[in-house]
Design a protein around this ligand. Structure first.
Ligand code: DSN
Length: 409
C-alpha cells in the first residue's frame, strides 16, 4: 500500500479494519463485499473530475469520457432491469440512498403533502418519514404497520390509504424478512391517486437475480442503493417514469447535490456488469437459501423469528424469550466475532437504543462463499453465545478458523 509510506497512522487503521473483516462473520443485512474489480474502479482517476449536470449538459470542460461512462452506466441499469428507454429514465448520480429518497420526495411533493409509509420501528427506513429525518419534518407522515404476525397487511394498507389519501406511498424496507407485493402496492396507490416510491435498496440484488419480484412496471419511482445485495460501491440510483424525470432529477442536482461522484458511478457500472452474470444469479439464490437455513436452525434452538421465517436475505429475531436484549446480544455476539445489529421488532415495548431484537443478514457471508453447512454452524454459535456467554472465547477461535477458509474478495 502506498499509504503505508505516506501515512502509517491511517495505513494501520486500514489494516486493522481489513483484519477485523477477515476474522469476523458479517451478518449485517445491509452490508456486503464488493469485488476487487469494483474496488479498483472506485479508486480510478474518475475521482478527480467535477461533472455537475447531466451527461452532455455539463458546466465544466473535460467531460469526454465522463459522459461516455455515465451514459454507459445508465444503459446498464436499463439493461439489467430490462427497461424500455421510452418509458423509464435513470439517474446514477445520487450520493447515497438517503439524499436520493429526499430528492424524490421534494421532487414529487409540496412541503406539507402527505406520505404513507412503514415506520422505522416496524422495519421501514429513517428517510421514509421518521420524525427526526427531514423527510418527516417537511411532509405530513401517516404510517401503516405490520400485523401482529409480522406481515404486511395489504387490506389494512388499502383502507388507510383510502382514508388518508396520501400523495405518495413508500414501500421497500430495511428489516422486513418477507417478499413485497409491488403490484398490490401499485393498485392501492392508483386507487387513491398517489405516487408509488419503491425503495428496493436491500433487495435489488435479489430482484436482479430473479429471486424476488420486480417493482417494474408497478412503481412510479424506484430508488436503490448500490452497496447492499447488488454488491457495488456505496451509492444510489433513481429510476423513474419518463414524465417524472424533470421534477426529480432537478432535485438531485442542483437541488441537493453538487458534482456527482464519478468514481462511484464507474464502480456502479462494474457492479452492474457483474450482476448480469449467471454467477450472480446463483449468488442471489444462495443468499436466500442461506437465510432460510439460518432461520430454520435458529428456530430449532428456540429463537422466535418475526413472521416465523424469511423469504429474502434477512431475519429479524425477537429475543424476548431468551431473556436478553438486542443490545446485549449484539455486544456478546461481537465478542465472539459475529457482527450483527440490534433492531426493534414490530410493537417493540423496548426503546430503539436497546430494543428486543437483532437483525441478521446473509449477503456478506454468502459473498465469502459460505453455504448451508456454514449457516448451521453460525446458528449453533449464536445459540451458544446467547445461552452460555462463557463459551465466547472458544467460539471466537472457531469463528476465526472458519473465516480463514472463506477469504474476503
Ligand atoms: N437502514 C440501514 C440498514 O438497513 O442497515 C441502511 O440505511
Amino acid at each position: 500500500m502506498f499509504v503505508e509510506k505516506t501515512d502509517p497512522q491511517i495505513a494501520r487503521l486500514i489494516k486493522k479494519e481489513t483484519k477485523r473483516h477477515q476474522e469476523t462473520l458479517n451478518l449485517i443485512a445491509s452490508e456486503n463485499y464488493p469485488s476487487k474489480a469494483v474496488r479498483e474502479a472506485l479508486s480510478s482517476i474518475f475521482v478527480a473530475k467535477y461533472a455537475e449536470g447531466r451527461p452532455y449538459k455539463r458546466y465544466y470542460g473535460g467531460q469526454e469520457f465522463i459522459d461516455k461512462l455515465e451514459v454507459l452506466v445508465e444503459e446498464r441499469v436499463r439493461k439489467v432491469f430490462k427497461l424500455n428507454p421510452k418509458k423509464w429514465t435513470v439517474n446514477v448520480q445520487p450520493y447515497s440512498g438517503s439524499p436520493a429518497n429526499y430528492a424524490v420526495l421534494r421532487g414529487l411533493l409540496k412541503t406539507g403533502d402527505k406520505i404513507l409509509s412503514l415506520p422505522l420501528s416496524h422495519g421501514g427506513h429513517l428517510t421514509h418519514g421518521a420524525p427526526v429525518s427531514l423527510s418527516g419534518q417537511d411532509f405530513k407522515v401517516v404510517n401503516y404497520f405490520l400485523n401482529k404476525e409480522g406481515f404486511l397487511d395489504y387490506g389494512e394498507i388499502e383502507k388507510l390509504a383510502k382514508k388518508e389519501k396520501p400523495k405518495l406511498i413508500i414501500c421497500g424496507f430495511s428489516a422486513y424478512p418477507r417478499k413485497i407485493d409491488f403490484k398490490k402496492f401499485s393498485q392501492i396507490a392508483k386507487k387513491v391517486g398517489a405516487y408509488l416510491l419503491t425503495d428496493t435498496s436491500h433487495i435489488t440484488g435479489l430482484i436482479i437475480g430473479k429471486v424476488h419480484p420486480t417493482p417494474f412496471p408497478w412503481a412510479d419511482v424506484v430508488m436503490t442503493t448500490t452497496h447492499k445485495t447488488l454488491r457495488g460501491p456505496r451509492g444510489a440510483i433513481i429510476i423513474c417514469k419518463k414524465e417524472l424525470e424533470e421534477k426529480i432529477f432537478k432535485k438531485v442536482f442542483p437541488g441537493l447535490q453538487g458534482g456527482p461522484h464519478e468514481h462511484t458511478i464507474c464502480a456502479i457500472g462494474v457492479a452492474l456488469k457483474e450482476a448480469m452474470s449467471a454467477q450472480f444469479k446463483k449468488y442471489a439464490s444462495q443468499i436466500i437459501k442461506n437465510a432460510k437455513i439460518l432461520a430454520e436452525e435458529l428456530e430449532k434452538y428456540g429463537f422466535n423469528l418475526i413472521s416465523g421465517g424469511t423469504d429474502n436475505h434477512l431475519l429479524l429475531v425477537d429475543l424476548t424469550n431468551k431473556n436478553i436484549t438486542g443490545k446485549e446480544a449484539q455486544i456478546l455476539l461481537e465478542k465472539a466475532g459475529i457482527v450483527t445489529n440490534k433492531n426493534t421488532i414490530p410493537y417493540d415495548p423496548r426503546p430503539a437504543f436497546d430494543p428486543s431484537g437483532i437483525r441478521l443478514g446473509t449477503p456478506a457471508v454468502t459473498t465469502r462463499g459460505m453455504k448451508e453447512k456454514e449457516m448451521k454452524k453460525i446458528a449453533f454459535w449464536i445459540n451458544e453465545v446467547i445461552s452460555n456467554p462463557k463459551s465466547i472465547p472458544k467460539i471466537k477461535q472457531e469463528v476465526k478458523k472458519l473465516c480463514k477458509k472463506f477469504p474476503i474478495p
